[in-house]
Unconditional design. Structure first.
Length: 168
């Protein structure tokens, strides 16, 4: 199962089980996290950062997050969006409301086609900044969410996925 693409893996498992194992699709839906609502934002300036924050708060509220959790989500998405504008110039952020049958949650998927990052362990440490800034955006965002994945290499851009769950 490819954990970097929950939707793709869901489709794959549904197809596999239907074709080969005969497991009802409803069972698959209960055990996999599915996206039930989604919004996509293009980010290339401060307006995009503000929109991403506002949409994350709106979807987060639907997932039942507390006001303080909504602020945490807005902070995490801000850091990632700010990096897109600052280092890649532009990129896309997709925010999804998640439902795994037990918990509701929010997923933030950010991708850009900027210069990419050569040394991921280095940028994930507190205090590293190529620009002489504080260097706490990425490690800070990572601490604020339940799941954090980053994929990047020079020339191919950067992709960040964050998930945070609330209880029903
Ligand atoms: N989307 C991106 N594309 C290319 N490089 C990036 C991207 N995001 C982060 N980086 C690199 O990772 C470094 C660390 O990012 P991080 O957000 O942690 O700190 P920062 O942006 O330098 O400072 P700040 O604390 O203000 O966020 C950046 O200095 C930059 O070199
Ligand atoms: Mg930053």
């Amino acid at each position: 199962m490819n954990s970097s693409n929950a939707e793709g893996s869901l489709e794959m498992r549904v197809r596999d089980n239907t074709d080969y194992a005969g497991v009802p699709v409803s069972v698959i839906n209960e055990i996999d996290t599915v996206s039930v609502m989604r919004v996509a934002i293009q980010v290339h300036n401060l307006d995009g950062i503000v929109t991403a924050r506002r949409q994350a708060r709106a979807l987060g509220a639907r997932a039942g997050f507390s006001p303080s959790d909504l602020t945490i989500i807005a902070t995490a998405i801000s850091e990632i969006a700010r990096n897109i504008v600052e280092y890649a110039g532009s990129g896309d952020i997709t925010i999804s409301l998640l439902d795994d049958g037990i918990r509701l949650g929010i997923e933030i998927l950010a991708s850009d086609r900027g210069p990419g990052i050569a040394d991921l362990p280095r940028v994930m440490r507190d205090g590293y900044s190529s620009e002489g800034h504080l260097g706490i955006g990425l490690p800070g965002a990572r601490r604020l969410v339940d799941e954090f994945e980053i994929a990047s290499s020079p020339g191919s851009g950067t992709r960040v996925r964050m998930r945070k769950f609330s209880s029903r």
